[in-house]
Design a protein around this ligand. Structure first.
Ligand code: ATP
Length: 442
């Protein structure tokens, strides 16, 4: 396959209704994107997949959905007001702004602009939190922030969950939600945006067990991406060196993916020690320690955090799924999504509209809706309809023809191999479930 470029991916996303530029009819808003009919299904499916893996399949993890707006003291305690800064420089010539870590080293050494070669200013610290006001008066006491991460909503609810959730350390709290950062470097489509979604899980443990649980979550999260259908050859770990490590973290590893623009972070796994609970305890004056009956000990739990970007995972899955091959002598664009997260699971087509085939196909499609996400299409040549579904990443297509009327059999066609098998109408759900369970990326 030829190398995928971002231009190709962005135009496919627009053409097929995965992702659109925000407010496009007004010229667009930089760094904000909307998810179209196929995109929202893909994003929801990834979110559901993560939620199931983290909560349903772990009996020691519970869920939470905290508000985006929180008491402003939260962000003082967390260190975001003081430390959540990016070093920012601007070009004296073209006036563009850059994060210093986004400038290639050789250019930064010469203080040279990566866009026009002009002279760069000295860096100044820029806080990434979006500030707004609550209530009718815009004064300093009404300041609230749009949360820059979902994690803090979990820490401030630690006591609530312990008291009401019948959980015992070690246990985790999982949350999916929007986060906002006033990012300066916002190219590369939905990779880095000002408004995005995170899927975070904070796992509370006894401090003496941090090494064991860190290794556990590191391995578990890598396996998760393989289950999601991402090719292992495009995944790797990156350990944070001393200059990358956040001030609160003891150890941190990123899971990186090889995007069309290089290896970049997809998820962070951090040992945040007792920093967050300790700070919230200090700032709120509430006791956030934990009494462990078994150990007969009171302590502030350590936290192992797994922090993944949902919207960044959408980009990962799209980049990883994109493929080109040949069908009937023509180039075929195919998105090889894992069937478990494909926006449409099964496309249903009558070979022709007449002679009652359309009605029969519609009946079959309606019958499949309870179990699968379906798409009915009766327009155009059958090959063209297959191609449209290949490009949308639909793993299975069912075609109804004249033989269906005689013996109630249909053709089930597989996206990746383009193979077709003849099966009874009643066998469709079981055949789809089996193929999904056994799915292997080609
Ligand atoms: P970076 O160094 O790339 O800015 P980070 O290390 O600050 O990222 P974390 O704070 O660890 O990122 O956030 C956890 C995850 O949230 C990231 O791995 C990423 O998937 C996602 N994420 C963070 N910032 C953004 C953003 N601006 N747009 C989209 N996803 C983001």
């Amino acid at each position: 396959m030829s190398e995928l470029t971002m231009d190709t991916l962005v135009s496919l996303c627009k053409r097929r209704g995965f992702v659109y530029q925000s407010s496009e009819i007004y010229g667009g808003l930089t760094s904000a994107w909307d998810y179209g009919p196929l995109g929202v299904e893909l994003k929801n499916n990834i979110q559901r997949f993560w939620w199931k893996q983290m909560t349903q399949l772990h009996d020691n993890i519970v869920g939470l959905d905290a508000a985006i707006l929180m008491h402003p003291r939260v962000w003082e305690a967390s260190g975001h007001v003081e430390n959540f800064n990016d070093p920012l420089v601007s070009c004296k010539n073209c006036k563009q702004r850059f994060r210093t870590d986004a400038i290639p080293e050789e250019l930064w050494a010469k203080r040279q602009c990566p866009e026009c070669g002009g002279q760069l200013s000295e860096p100044r610290q820029f806080n990434l939190m979006f500030k707004t006001h609550m209530g009718p008066v815009e004064d300093s006491i009404s300041v609230v922030y749009l949360r820059p991460e979902t994690a803090q909503g979990i820490y401030v609810n630690f006591k609530n969950v312990v008291q009401t959730g019948r959980v015992k350390v070690p246990f985790g709290i999982a949350q999916v939600g929007k986060a906002f950062r006033n990012e300066i470097t916002t190219k590369n489509f939905i990779f880095r945006t000002c408004e995005f979604e995170q899927m975070e899980m904070q796992f509370f443990i006894h401090p003496s067990e941090d090494g064991k649980w860190f290794d556990y979550w590191k391995a578990e999260r890598f396996e998760y991406y393989k289950k999601l259908g991402v090719r292992e050859s495009r995944l790797r770990f990156h350990q944070h060196g001393p200059d990358e490590l956040a001030f609160y973290a003891k150890v941190a590893f990123d899971i990186q993916y090889e995007f069309p623009f290089g290896w970049k972070e997809l998820e962070g796994i951090h040992n945040r020690t007792d920093y967050d609970l300790r700070r919230h305890g200090e700032f709120s004056g509430k006791d956030l320690t934990y009494l462990d009956d078994g150990r007969n000990e009171r302590f502030t739990p350590y936290v192992i955090e797994t922090s993944a970007g949902l919207t960044r995972t959408v980009l990962t899955v799209l980049s990883d799924a994109y493929d080109e091959d040949e069908a009937e002598g023509e180039k075929r664009v195919v998105l090889r999504f894992h069937p478990a997260i494909a926006p449409v699971t099964v496309g249903v087509f009558p070979l022709v509209k007449k002679d009652g085939l359309a009605e029969l196909a519609r009946d079959i499609e309606v019958g499949l809706r309870e179990d699968f996400s379906t798409f009915y299409d009766q327009g155009g040549a059958i090959g063209r309809r297959y191609r449209r579904q290949d490009e949308a990443g639909t793993p299975y297509c069912v075609t109804i023809d004249y033989q269906t009327k005689e013996d109630r059999t249909v053709t089930l066609r597989f996206r990746d191999s383009m193979q077709q098998v003849r099966i009874k109408i009643e066998e469709i759900p079981a055949a789809i479930r089996k193929a999904t369970k056994e799915y292997q990326r080609v």
